[in-house]
Design a protein around this ligand. Sequence first.
Ligand code: SAM
Ligand code: SF4
Length: 326
Amino acid sequence: MALDRFGRNISYLRVSLTDKCNLRCVYCMPEDMIFRPNHELMQDDELFLLTRVFADLGFSKFRLTGGEPTIRQNIVGIVRHITHLPGVQDVGMTSNGLLLKELAQPLAEAGMKRINVSIDTLDPVRFRKITRWGNLDDVWAGIEAAERAGMTPIKLNAVVVRGFNDQDVTEFAKLTLKYPWQVRFIEMMPFGEVAAFAKDGIVTEAEIRQRIADEYAPLELQNDGKLDGEARIYKFDGAPGEVGFISSVTQPFCASCNRARLTADGVLRLCLLRDKEVDLLRPLRSGATEADIKQIILDGIWHKPWGHGLSRDIIPLTRVMSQIGG
Ligand code: SAM
Ligand code: SF4
């Protein structure tokens, strides 16, 4: 079991499979983003060893992310490997959906239970602007393929950015009147080179809920406000779907955090919003044994920061989101 010094049992690993992406969302990376050369990233055998070590340490839930995880070579084989590790109960993925039309079925057959698809607006022109060149139809085709493949309930992630898609939140929430999906609004977080953009453009949960109430109807809080993962859940009266809010900036959920992250370059990132990291890949390549790696992980987790410092203007500077894995 991997415990931190505050008594939190850390059992959920988000694994970034690549820092590369087939989009360039404005809140995630600069347009001229420079990616790491492949040899600096975990190769399949290294990824398999490290994920097995995490599973041995009691990590039972994994989420594959990136960059865009579906562009990683051998993605189906990687999913099959991780879903079959002893002790692993739940493997999900966060994807921009562009390649899911072809990949959803093979991923489901490899054991992928669920998928979260990022789609920030239902307007094709604004979608292109926010992703810099994405085609909304491809994402829709991916969502439909994921649903056909049984990766349900489908969760859709929208980062709300003032001036880009804040006018779309009500239409987006109304998808839950028609579909049994969970539509989630994410407060934009500041990272590295895009930090100033994120700070200026953030739209808070309170503002989004007020806008939805003004433009359509109020959302009703579910489960007495108990979080589903990181999302606070609401519903429109009688709707089959749910509306979630991931409000890491204005309503942090650090006290119940059970997550750690493994970046594509093999670094253990202890908190999404803190720069404290522990390299695993370099020791592994220098001959560290599995027992050594386990100890490095346990020591790192023990020192997991309590929470983020955004309210005190402490902003993660070393990486943007695509280099961490959201
Ligand atoms: N490419 C995949 C995707 O977009 O779903 C997976 C990686 S992406 C970094 C993971 C999640 O982080 C996405 O839901 C994305 O919208 C979110 N994200 C990226 N940058 C963010 C930021 N600055 N603040 C909040 N969420 C962000
Ligand atoms: Fe790519 Fe996902 Fe970042 Fe968008 S949010 S640029 S899809 S990694």
